[in-house]
Design a protein around this ligand. Structure first.
Ligand code: AMP
Ligand code: MG
Length: 338
């Protein structure tokens, strides 16, 4: 298949492809999404095929104005409304009981649907012009790091989809915060730029699903199917070292070889005797978030590297989202260093 490359001005071409049942990679503020008409099961099926995404992993449905939610969900609880009044448009996804117009393939047969109103002007315009909600998971091959740059999407999807709209780099760089309102109490399924602390300021205490910090064990049922998959796995093995900076530097230097690299923060590289891939300064979580997936993709270009020792982000604020992605990239391997 020939994949068209569209510019920012070609939102109308992207919308025409969506309307006629095709699939287009589109920039959003979180990561690039691979979009299709959410109400057309055969268009949505093309997304699963192009990504190699397991069919039991449901998609997020994107809308361009709040009112578009009414046809998709049965009801909107007060707390859900309060939260989206503060954080929409933006990197927040809410899960609610769905109506019958949402096809089963979108929700992987669940009776709930995940909805987001993104802030990216191009994504919103394409939804508006196509006049349908757009189902869009991240535009990467399943298991690879989510795409935050045009080149990431091109490398994964060229030849497999109808078009890619080049919107430059994504500003947030991590996927949206996902919270469900379909249970008795609101529960966080996936951390993101909108933090637990920010959410609790608006609606009070929320639960955080166990899988956010430790992954889903074999035999357990995942409340959010995406949580059970080892994500973002580079070819090299990533091991997270849970310790302070000094101990990290000493440990990595004691393992130094041409097959070892470090995934660490700016400024660490000058003290390390191995190849270092940095992604922003320590504690500057928003910058780290923006650079993180590109850093993981860089690891895959280093063919000789077999082991990557990663520093362990403090799981607070946006750091929780980074920690959540990193433990998945590391297959949940965290080593405590004393
Ligand atoms: P992605 O679009 O690749 O960022 O993945 C979307 C995430 O949202 C996955 O982890 C899904 O499992 C989760 N998700 C989507 N819809 C639902 C739903 N109805 N219930 C629970 N989790 C969902
Ligand atoms: Mg994804």
């Amino acid at each position: 298949m020939k994949t068209q490359i569209l510019t920012k001005r070609q939102t109308n071409v992207a919308a025409d492809i969506i309307k006629s049942g095709g699939i287009v990679a589109l920039p959003t503020e979180t990561v690039y999404g691979l979009g299709a008409n959410a109400l057309d099961p055969s268009a949505v099926e093309k997304i699963f095929k192009a990504k190699g995404r397991p069919s039991d992993n449901p998609l997020i449905v994107h809308i361009s104005e709040f009112d578009e939610i009414y046809s998709l969900v049965k009801e909107i609880p007060t707390n859900a409304k309060k939260l989206v009044d503060v954080f929409w448009p933006g990197p927040l996804t809410i899960i609610l009981p769905r109506t019958a117009i949402v096809p089963n393939i979108v929700t992987a047969n669940l009776d709930t649907v995940a909805i987001r109103l993104p802030s990216h002007p191009i994504m919103r315009e394409v939804i508006k012009l196509s006049k349908v909600p757009i189902a869009a998971p991240s535009a990467n091959i399943s298991g690879k790091p989510s795409p935050t740059k045009f080149s990431h999407v091109f490398n994964d999807m060229n030849g497999k989809i109808d078009a890619i709209l080049d919107g430059g780099d994504c500003s947030v760089g991590l996927e949206s915060t996902v919270i469900t309102f379909a249970l008795d109490t609101p529960k966080l399924f996936r951390p993101g730029k909108i933090t637990v602390e920010q959410i609790e300021k608006v609606i009070g205490k929320i639960e955080v699903d166990k899988a956010v910090l430790e992954g889903v064990k074999a035999g357990q049922i995942a409340s959010s199917p995406g949580m059970k998959y080892k994500h973002y796995a580079p070819n090299a093995k990533i091991i997270i070292l849970d310790c302070n900076r000094n101990k990290y530097i000493n440990y990595v230097n004691s393992k130094a070889s041409a097959e070892v690299a470090a995934l660490c923060y700016e400024g660490d590289e000058k003290d390390l005797n191995v190849l270092a891939i940095t992604y922003g300064k320590e504690y500057e979580y928003e910058i780290m978030a923006k650079l993180f997936f590109d850093a993981l993709r860089k690891i895959d270009t280093m063919k000789n590297i077999k082991t990557v020792y990663a520093r362990c982000p403090n799981p607070q604020g946006v750091g929780l989202a980074l920690y959540n992605r990193l433990i998945r990239a590391a297959g949940f391997e965290v080593q405590k260093i004393d």
